[in-house]
Design a protein around this ligand. Structure first.
Ligand code: GLU
Length: 492
């Protein structure tokens, strides 16, 4: 509770005066994560010391390093925060953006711990970032910055298959992960597992099928599960099933694109898509791939056929829909717009898109949120599969696929001879297909998202103090991390 008071006093001290009006400052991202933690901490029965140990960031590294840019040297600031060492390695993405700060990286690292615990991925949470906008740099410069940052991590023992394993996040992707892996491997000769030092790599560099789509696909599985029965859907004031549900998505980056595409394939109607240059709306539905290609060829999401333009993309967040998917950055739904949101369900694709203050306003208005720590955990789940693949040095399905196909072929032949009928070529192909890597990854992701939702739902319904799904998900996470500390015998 002490830290809650501290956070509150910091927030009120930060009250600013604009045009003579006093406006309450929003809590910082880290304060929002802390206050979400405290809401759940009040619902469980663990010693305060144990809760504090779970809550704090175990180590916060800041690095400043020089990189030659053109004819000059530029000094960059980066961070790597390891939030919890209760499980090793620690795990979490690396973000490149102008707004990266220590507060943000700490918040994201903490979320990673809870995320991994909720989906039973055996890692502690971590996050990294470099404060710069990659759009202002050439590919070669970004490579130099990435490799130098990796060297800084190596020097501090902040990267390695058993220590801390980065992944993509906002502003980074498979390309950056390949540079990180290459830099690490160059200085770790003889380490047989060195490729497992980073996940989200390109397929040809030890990556795994399905990692790119994983976060958006996991979101789809989560939303589908949340609407799977009449009882479940009632929480959101919706009918069960995705069919015909009107969806607005903020962000057409990796998470938003794959979330929108999967929701559309699942029967939902994507009525609005917002990006930083503006938003588009069509109540008859937007085809996600067509919008994606339109943006790629014209440089903007605006002026898509039959769609209404919104010069201010954020105004789309306030348009009526059934499911709102903020899949861009943190703090998009805040005190300034929470009262105007007209959706039934908020499905958090981004990390921290709803501020703590906004959440209270939304809950009072009966709008429930499927929280980030559960809903966007598909990314780290498939990262876990990639790490396992790298450690086992074999692709999933390599040993069993053909053996399974032989058995299925024999079964199909037996059915044909018993019935005297024969299957078409296409039917036969589908029936005898043995699972390959993509099938295993998808199956593991689906199972993970369904099982984790059931755990969150159980915490929501079984603990009378829990009033919302975010608190329920934090209760699940705290329980698991607390038990792992207690098993160590550190706490009584
Ligand atoms: N950056 C992603 C996240 O926030 C993925 C992390 C990972 O795969 O380690 O969940």
């Amino acid at each position: 509770m002490a830290s809650e008071k501290k956070a509150a006093s910091r927030a009120s001290a930060a009250k600013a005066s604009t045009n003579g009006k006093v406006v309450a400052a929003e809590p910082t991202f880290y304060e929002t994560v802390e206050s979400n933690f405290e809401r759940a901490a009040a619902c469980v029965d663990y010693p305060r010391g144990l809760l504090d140990q779970i809550k704090v960031c175990n180590s916060v590294y800041m690095v400043r390093f020089p990189v030659r840019i053109g004819n000059d040297i530029q000094v960059f600031t980066g961070w790597r925060v390891q939030h919890s060492h209760h499980r090793l390695p620690t795990k979490g993405g690396i973000r490149y953006a102008d707004h990266v700060s220590e507060d943000e990286v700490m918040a994201l690292a903490a979320l990673m711990t809870y995320k991994c615990a909720i989906v039973d991925v055996p890692f502690g949470g971590a996050k990294g970032g470099i404060k710069f906008n990659p759009k202002n740099y050439t590919e070669e410069q970004i490579e130099r910055i990435t490799r130098r940052y990796t060297m800084e991590l190596i020097r501090r023992n902040c990267i390695g298959p058993a220590v801390d394993v980065p992944a993509p996040d906002y502003g980074t992707g498979p390309r950056e992960m390949a540079w990180i892996a290459d830099t690490y491997q160059a200085v770790s000769t003889g380490q047989i597992d060195s490729l497992a030092c980073v996940t989200g790599k390109p397929l040809t560099q030890g990556g795994i099928n399905g990692r790119t789509q994983a976060t958006g696909r996991g979101l789809y599985f989560g939303v589908r599960e949340a609407l799977s029965t009449v009882e479940d859907a009632k929480l959101f004031g919706l009918t069960p099933g995705l069919d015909g549900k009107r969806v607005i998505v903020q962000g057409l980056g990796n998470v938003g694109y794959w979330a929108a595409k999967n929701l559309q394939q699942g029967g939902a109607v994507i009525v609005g898509i917002a990006e930083y240059e503006g938003g588009i709306f069509d109540r008859n539905g937007l085809d996600v791939d067509e919008v994606f290609n339109h943006r790629k060829s014209t440089g903007s999401i605006l002026n898509f056929k039959n769609a209404k333009n919104y010069k201010n993309g954020n105004a789309l967040l306030e348009v009526e829909c059934d499911i709102l998917v903020p899949a861009a950055l943190e703090n998009q739904i805040n005190a300034s717009n929470a009262a105007n949101i007209k959706t039934r369900m908020i499905a958090e694709g981004a990390n921290g898109p709803v501020s703590a203050g906004a959440e209270q306003i939304l809950l009072k208005r009966g709008i429930h949120i499927i929280p980030d720590a559960y809903l966007n955990a598909g990314g780290v789940t498939v990262s876990y599969f990639e790490w396992l693949k790298n450690l086992s040095h074999v692709r999933f399905g390599r040993l069993g696929k053909r053996a399974d196909e032989s058995s299925y072929t024999r079964i199909v032949a037996a059915v044909e001879s018993l019935t005297g009928k024969s299957f078409s070529e296409l039917e036969r192909k589908v029936l005898v297909h043995g699972a390959d890597e993509a099938d295993y990854v998808d199956s593991g992701l689906e199972e993970t998202m369904i099982e984790a939702y059931r755990q969150v739902k159980y915490a929501y319904h079984s603990n009378r103090k829990v009033k919302d799904l975010r608190t329920a998900s934090f209760v699940v996470a705290i329980d698991k991390v607390a038990k792992s500390y207690m098993e160590l015998g550190i706490f009584p």
